[in-house]
Design a protein around this ligand. Structure first.
Ligand SMILES: NC(=O)c1ccc[n+]([C@@H]2O[C@H](COP(=O)([O-])OP(=O)(O)OC[C@H]3O[C@@H](n4cnc5c(N)ncnc54)[C@H](OP(=O)(O)O)[C@@H]3O)[C@@H](O)[C@H]2O)c1
Length: 352
């Protein structure tokens, strides 16, 4: 049995990065209660959340999740909590005094900080939020060898995680925003240097507008039993179709609320990127013609991937969460999948 099999998670994982920014604690409680009633047992957070990240709000998402676990008297064995250590950043100086890295001291402090904010004795899945080395990520796809810098060795990162595992602070480990090379290195080191822990998951963006996982990463993950935690299945709301109006969506929707950060051409999910709006229009059209919602098309597309462990969803309103939970029951037909692939051929990865 591979180690991923022991993480018995629901197919939807509730992401929390709006908790403490777009969502108050009361909103969070409502969402978490509904998620639990709907059979969701898996919750994803990060020490740096909420997003957009700010010194004043950092840690609130973990605090809200921890507060709910306590208030709702959730039996700890019945839920799986995933959180993440912030990767290298010179900007988030409010985290551990900055600049953050994934050296052993930073990893140890990050785990202890998360446990404290969550009010938990252990974390079910502990993830490295992004690699401690140069990689093209968050929308970049081309590797630039000249951008490389001296990273913290992966072996040091695994040793720190191994110590935390031995101390009972974390159960499983995973990576995020990783590349095929990174997955292979983490697995190679774990296999050759016992007792270094083996990664069970990779949390990367995966949706109709970003299918980059499906090439080399999918093959590496398949052979190494690393499962995909697909984040942003709605491409931050774009795939709901709500930005297709002349005014480009509701004022309080993320891409408008934080326009300077998300909607500018250079940002990842910008609707001003070439092919973004044409692709979304084409996907919404497929959904409408087949009598399903655009959200069901987007969620169904992600969940049909056999390498999926769970998809990490997000909502700012309870009705959105209800729609996603309903959508997750819809199975896409071969005809719908074939139409999706035709659109993908025409507009491959408009927001990679
Ligand atoms: N590892 C990483 O680097 C990373 C990166 C990003 C996310 N994540 C994880 O993944 C989680 C989900 O990410 P995401 O929020 O980007 O996921 P998403 O599912 O692509 O987008 C969710 C957003 O779309 C909008 N929405 C949701 N349901 C809707 C509906 N039925 N109709 C219309 N709009 C709807 C809401 O935003 P508005 O109401 O504001 O429009 C909601 O917050 C995060 O909380 C986090 O845990 C991880």
């Amino acid at each position: 049995m591979n180690s991923a099999a022991v993480l018995n998670v629901s197919k939807l994982c509730l992401g929390t990065m709006t908790f403490g920014e777009q969502n108050s604690y009361e909103d969070a409680r409502e969402q978490l209660n509904f998620a639990r009633e709907s059979g969701i047992n898996f919750f994803d957070v990060a020490e740096m959340y909420p997003v957009p990240q700010r010194a004043e709000s950092q840690g609130k998402s973990e605090i809200y999740l921890g507060r709910w676990l306590k208030e709702a008297q959730v039996s700890r064995e019945r839920v799986l909590v995933a959180t993440k250590a912030t990767g290298p950043s010179g900007q988030m100086t409010w985290i551990r005094g900055g600049p953050t890295s994934l050296d052993s001291k930073n990893i140890e402090q990050a785990i202890d900080g998360s446990l404290k904010r969550l009010g938990c004795d252990y974390i079910d899945l502990y993830q490295l939020h992004w690699p401690d080395r140069y990689v093209p990520m968050f929308g970049d796809i081309d590797y630039d060898p000249t951008a490389s810098y001296a990273p913290v060795p992966i072996e040091e990162q695994l040793e720190a995680l191994s110590r935390a595992k031995e101390a009972g602070k974390i159960i499983h480990v995973g990576v995020s925003n990783e590349t095929a090379y990174g997955v292979m290195e983490f697995c190679r080191l774990a296999d050759s240097k016992s007792p270094l822990p083996r990664i069970v998951s990779i949390q990367n963006a995966y949706n109709l507008l970003c299918r980059t996982f499906d090439s080399t990463l999918a093959e590496c993950c398949h052979h190494h039993h690393v499962r995909l935690l697909a984040y942003s299945p709605l491409a931050m709301g774009l795939l709901s179709g709500k930005y297709l109006t002349p005014e480009r969506g509701p004022k309080d929707a993320r891409l408008n609320l934080y326009r300077g950060r998300y909607a500018e051409a250079e940002s990842r999910y910008s609707f001003s990127k070439p092919n973004c709006i044409p692709a979304v229009t084409a996907y919404v059209d497929i959904a409408r013609r087949h009598g399903i919602s655009p959200v069901a098309l987007a969620i169904g597309f992600v969940l049909r991937n056999p390498l999926i462990m769970s998809t990490v969803i997000g909502a700012t309103k309870l009705w959105q969460l209800k729609e996603i939970v309903e959508a997750s029951e819809v199975k896409l037909t071969a005809e719908v999948l074939s139409e999706i692939n035709s659109v993908h051929e025409r507009y491959p990865n408009p927001t990679p």
